[in-house]
Write a protein that binds this ligand. Structure first.
Ligand code: GSH
Length: 213
């Protein structure tokens, strides 16, 4: 069995979906936390100057969606065929656009007026655009999952993003999207994921303390 390490800051952030995927697959990994004071020096040793990284037998893989997809392939969570696998990619990429804007106004935007303006636009326009599409995708697919009839890495990745938005932006954000809400709750209630989340203790907050120090 390969030796896996997740290297990230001490938050949920971009690594949380990997940790959930490892839990579902029942595969052990080392959770390496980089402290903010150590980050400037550590950054020099990373391939793209960013975290998270996955180490597999000492080889490094970067980019959170790439890592999630790799773990999906490794642990047979990529759907039943190339088409289902590509649909997983599509739904993850589509929701990446949303989450990058959340990262932008939450952690990177320093002008308070622009922050508020971007957050308002996020709630009024970007969320309804994305969630209404996901709602109908979920409704058409039926069952508990976004793609096919089996859990995929995309379910875990997207459910985690929905939870981030619910926790950090608006706890009622899924109210108008019953299929999506049911989907998110079903994925995050899977016994292995639930058990992981209950013991992990990581928060979404605190990333700003890890940036650029
Ligand atoms: N596209 C990259 C983005 C990674 C990223 O923005 N990482 C942030 C933390 S979530 C980071 O390393 N920030 C510290 C820095 O840029 O110095 C991914 O998805 O992995």
């Amino acid at each position: 069995m390969a030796q896996y390490k997740i290297i990230y800051f001490g938050i949920k952030g971009r690594a949380e979906a990997f940790r959930m995927i490892f839990s579902v697959a029942d595969v052990k990994y080392e959770d390496v936390i980089i402290k903010s004071g150590d980050w400037p020096a550590y950054k020099q040793s990373t391939p793209w100057g960013q975290l998270p990284l996955l180490e597999v037998d000492r080889k490094q893989l970067a980019q959170s969606s790439t890592i999630c997809r790799y773990l999906g392939r490794q642990f047979n969570l990529c759907g039943e065929n190339p088409w289902e696998s590509a649909k997983c990619d599509e739904y993850v990429d589509a929701t990446n656009d949303l989450i990058e804007e959340w990262v932008g106004f939450t952690f990177l935007e320093t002008d308070e007026a622009k922050k508020a303006e971007r957050k308002a636009k996020f709630i009024a326009t970007l969320i309804p655009n994305c969630f209404s599409k996901l709602e109908s995708i979920k409704e058409k697919n039926g069952g508990d999952f976004l793609v096919g009839k089996k859990l995929t890495w995309a379910d875990i990745n997207v459910a985690d993003k929905l939870q981030i938005i619910e926790d950090d932006v608006d706890p009622t954000v899924l109210e108008g999207y019953p299929n999506l809400k049911k989907f998110k709750n079903a994925v995050l209630s899977l016994p292995k994921i639930k058990a992981y989340v209950e013991k992990s203790g990581y928060s979404y907050k605190g990333l700003e303390n890890n940036l650029g120090e």
